[in-house]
Every structure is written in structure tokens, then in C-alpha cells.
Design a protein around this ligand. Structure first.
Ligand code: NAD
Ligand code: ZN
Length: 345
């Protein structure tokens, strides 16, 4: 089969022929139809310190995908050949305290598809049946391929009820834009999104943001002023990983405000801890998706609201055949894009 592979420790990737993965008794083999590029894949391509310390080549990369089930293991009863499916990319141990309590997103031994084991930038991927999310047959395959990042956005945005709340999202990457759609859907009053890219802020506005802030020209205080807000934002969703974004967030939260942090910082940074403490601001780190409540919630939002479906679909701005993976990676790196998909069909 074709597989986009990290062959040796160092920069670069190769599209090579590899043997198809084999399906164990509790596994499911999926013919990949679409796959999405994520920041992780760019780190793996460039081979930064994180990649060098995490990955053991050879490795097929890629973890955002949708496809058709072509084989199920002898012990699998929950998935059938011919099902259309997306996949949860975190494979948990099932035996640690959190796993046994049903808090699988907090597994202490979680393994990533396309990071710690072979992934989905290939004609076929094998995952445990428990990681398969069977999709309705009518779902657009492109939408099926973005359930992983949509799940990050959903997990982050639904930490607290949003009805009537003023919500600010820092970072209008694909996940920040999807979070704007979720905040709109979940009943926020104002949804404000910040980024340094006008291209991406346009996507956020189309996803349902009331106001966008280009941080090269304005700040969240300007957003508050133009909306006539007097006390600060109630809920912040940090989706940039940028230290200045967090500083501006903390300066513009109402007392008692709550911030969910998904964006991964490139390095440690300082915070105004005095404000965090005296304003009683909650900071909550977010990882992955809840297995499988997040999957349930996003599936129902997609199934029940055409507005929501369209808001998520417009985040997918570029599609490339798998052979043109280099162009796809260059596009994702340019930032002049929303979600970039590879077509493996
Ligand atoms: P992305 O890199 O495409 O988007 C980040 C955006 O933040 C970019 O558009 C960038 O222009 C913007 N930005 C940079 N500085 C900013 C600032 N000062 N203020 C506002 N915006 C700023 O990433 P994505 O795929 O949308 O993912 C969002 C973040 O979530 C990334 O940091 C990613 O690493 C992280 N992530 C975390 C998890 C997790 O489980 N915690 C999972 C997936 C992604
Ligand atoms: Zn575990």
C-alpha cells in the first residue's frame, strides 16, 4: 500500500510502498478515504526536538482520518465490514486508574496513532475496534475526516455551559474556527475570535463569530469596547499556544472567568498570577477528546444543525490527492488555509 512515512530519524517524509497492516482479533482495518493535516504532522516532517524525543522511525504518520471498514477481527462485534468510520487517535491502556473510571482522555499511558504507532496517511490503517467511531453513511467524507480536531474544539468549548455567556477564542486555526461554530451553536451571547491572520479571521466570522480581532492591530480590550461590554469575558478558549494571547485573555476576563487551554505553547512563559488569583480565574488544561462523550456531542451537533455542518465544512479550505502531499504540507505551513485534507481514495 501507499504510506507517507518517516523512514529515518531526521527531517523529511517519503511516500513509499509498505505492507498492509494486519488486523488482530480486536482490531478493525480501515481503507482510508480522507485524512487531515495537523500541526503534529508538520512537527514530524520538520523533526523538531519534540519529534526527535517522541518518534521511533520507521513510522507511518497521520491521525485525522475517515474511511471504510474492510476487515474486522474475530472478536469484534461493534463494527461491521462496509461501515463508514472516523477514528479516535488516542489508544488508551484500559487498566490505569483513570481508564478504569471511564476517564479515558486522562489515561497515563495513552499512545497516539501516527506518533507512537503506524498512522493513517496510508491506504489502510488498523486500530482497536474500541477506537472506531461508526459514522452515518450519508456523512460527507470530508467532514468525517475532521472529527479529531472538531473533537478537540468540542471538548474545549463544552467545559462550561455557554448560554448567554461572552466567549473569547484566541487563535483562529482550524480548531479555533470550529470552536466559534460550537460557541454559536451552544448559545453564547458574544463570540469574539482573535488571530494575527485576516484570512483565518474571515473563516471565524463565517463560522459564527460576532467580532474578530487582528492582534497585530487591536486587542481584546478593543473588542470589549466595540461590543459595549463592561465587565470582561466569561469564558476564554485558548487555541493559539501563544503567550501574548494568554496574557491578553487574563487581562480581559471578568472576575471568576474561566479559561480552557488547548493551545500547546512552544516554550514556558510568564503569567500575571496576581490577576489569576485575585480575580479567581480558572485555568483548565484540555487534552484530546473525551472518549466517547465528545464524539457523541459533536456527532449530534453535525447531525441536527445544517448551520453547524456548514460552519465546520467551510473550515476545510484545501484538498490534495495523496501523491501531492508535499503541496499539502506546504499549504498547511503557509497559514493561508483552514484545514488541509489529503484524498487517499
Ligand atoms: P494552528 O497552529 O493552525 O492555529 C493557531 C493559530 O493561533 C494560528 O492561526 C496563529 O496565527 C494564531 N495565533 C498566533 N499567535 C496568536 C496570538 N497572539 N493571538 C491570537 N492568535 C494567535 O493550530 P490548530 O490546529 O487550530 O490547533 C490549535 C492549538 O491547539 C495549537 O496550539 C495545537 O498545537 C493545539 N492542539 C492541542 C491539542 C490538545 O490535545 N491539547 C490537540 C490538538 C491541537
Ligand atoms: Zn489508561
Amino acid at each position: 500500500m501507499r504510506a507517507l512515512t518517516k523512514l529515518t530519524a531526521g527531517p523529511g517524509l517519503d511516500l513509499v510502498e509498505r505492507p498492509e497492516p494486519t488486523c488482530g482479533p480486536t482490531d478493525v482495518k480501515i481503507r482510508v478515504l480522507r485524512a487531515g493535516l495537523c500541526g503534529t504532522d508538520l512537527h514530524l516532517q520538520e523533526w523538531d526536538d519534540w519529534a526527535a524525543s517522541t518518534v521511533h522511525p520507521p513510522l507511518v504518520i497521520g491521525h485525522e482520518f475517515y474511511g471504510e471498514v474492510v476487515e474486522v477481527g474475530d472478536d469484534v462485534t461493534s463494527v461491521n465490514v462496509g461501515d463508514r468510520a472516523s477514528g479516535e487517535g488516542h489508544i488508551v491502556c484500559g487498566t490505569c486508574r483513570n481508564c478504569r473510571a471511564g476517564r479515558r482522555h486522562l489515561c497515563i499511558r495513552t499512545k497516539g496513532i501516527g506518533v507512537n504507532r503506524d498512522g493513517a496517511f496510508a491506504d489502510y490503517v488498523v486500530i482497536p475496534a474500541t477506537n472506531v467511531w461508526v459514522q452515518p453513511p450519508e456523512l460527507d467524507p470530508d467532514l468525517g475526516a475532521v472529527f479529531d480536531p472538531l473533537g478537540n474544539a468540542t471538548h474545549t468549548a463544552l467545559q462550561w455551559p455557554m448560554v448567554g455567556e461572552d466567549v473569547v477564542i484566541t487563535g483562529a486555526g482550524p480548531i479555533g474556527v470550529m470552536a466559534a461554530a460550537i460557541a454559536r451553536h451552544a448559545g453564547a451571547r458574544y463570540v469574539v475570535v482573535s488571530d494575527a491572520s485576516d484570512y483565518r479571521l474571515d473563516l471565524a466570522r463565517d463560522a459564527g463569530a460576532d467580532l474578530t480581532i487582528n492582534v497585530t492591530r487591536e486587542s481584546l480590550a478593543d473588542a470589549q469596547r466595540s461590543l459595549g461590554m463592561k465587565e470582561g469575558f466569561d469564558i476564554g478558549l485558548e487555541m493559539s499556544g501563544a503567550a501574548p494571547a494568554v496574557t491578553d485573555l487574563i487581562a480581559n476576563m471578568n472576575h471568576g472567568g474561566r479559561i480552557a487551554l488547548l493551545g500547546l505553547p512552544h516554550q514556558d512563559y510568564e503569567l500575571d498570577w496576581g490577576k489569576v488569583i485575585t480575580h479567581m480565574i480558572t485555568l483548565r488544561g484540555i487534552y484530546g477528546r473525551e472518549m466517547y462523550d465528545t464524539w457523541y456531542a459533536m456527532s449530534q451537533m453535525i447531525a441536527t444543525s445544517q448551520v453547524f455542518r456548514e460552519a465546520v465544512a467551510q473550515v476545510i479550505t484545501h484538498r490534495f490527492p495523496a501523491e501531492e502531499w508535499e503541496k499539502a504540507f506546504a499549504t498547511a505551513r503557509s497559514g493561508q488555509c483552514g484545514k488541509v485534507l489529503l484524498d487517499w481514495s
